[in-house]
Design a protein around this ligand. Structure first.
Ligand code: FES
Length: 162
């Protein structure tokens, strides 16, 4: 293993140590990696492949197959816009259009400054507040197109100083 890259991802070695070097633990390992870094870094896929003696293409297939795993780093603020039935009926499409326009990225992407990512989700379990969007853990209910910019500006203001 390349020790330089390990130094950047030391935690991944601790994750690997928790599991026997067997193929059936691939998903569990990747889930832990996702939890630790918020995505599956390419270098770490290499460690997992080496540890489990599996081709990197196998690790890649699993990492891309499961929706809960992501190969891309997410922004500091992950904006989830609900497009479940209740939210859809109450105009979630307008919110999605506004969020993508204000941030200049599409769902699944992250802004260049690493501050924001957008995700479209199916139900955030707060249908009574539809349409709903969530920034990290904070819920914003009864959203309107007009409120979107205010919410985003609030986080932009917080920027990287937190
Ligand atoms: S459908 Fe949006 S919170 Fe349930």
């Amino acid at each position: 293993m390349n020790t330089d890259s390990i130094n950047g991802y030391k935690e991944s070695i601790e994750i690997l140590k928790k599991y026997p070097s067997e193929k059936r633990y691939t998903l569990a390992i990747l889930q832990d990696v996702q939890k630790e870094y918020g995505f599956i870094p390419r270098e770490v896929m290499g460690f997992v492949s080496e540890y489990l003696s599996l081709p990197i293409s196998d690790i890649y297939s699993i990492a891309t197959f499961y929706k809960a795993l992501s190969l891309k780093a997410k922004g500091k603020y992950v904006i989830k816009v609900c497009n479940g039935t209740a939210c859809h009926i109450r105009g979630s499409n307008t919110l999605i259009d506004e969020v993508t326009e204000v941030l200049g990225i599409k769902p699944g992407e992250t802004t260049e400054d690493g501050l924001f990512s957008i995700e479209i989700v199916n139900c955030l379990g707060a249908c009574a507040l539809a349409p709903v969007m969530v920034v990290n853990e904070k819920y914003y209910g009864n959203m309107t197109k007009e409120k979107v910019k205010t919410v985003i500006d609030k986080y932009k203001g917080a920027g990287t100083n937190e």
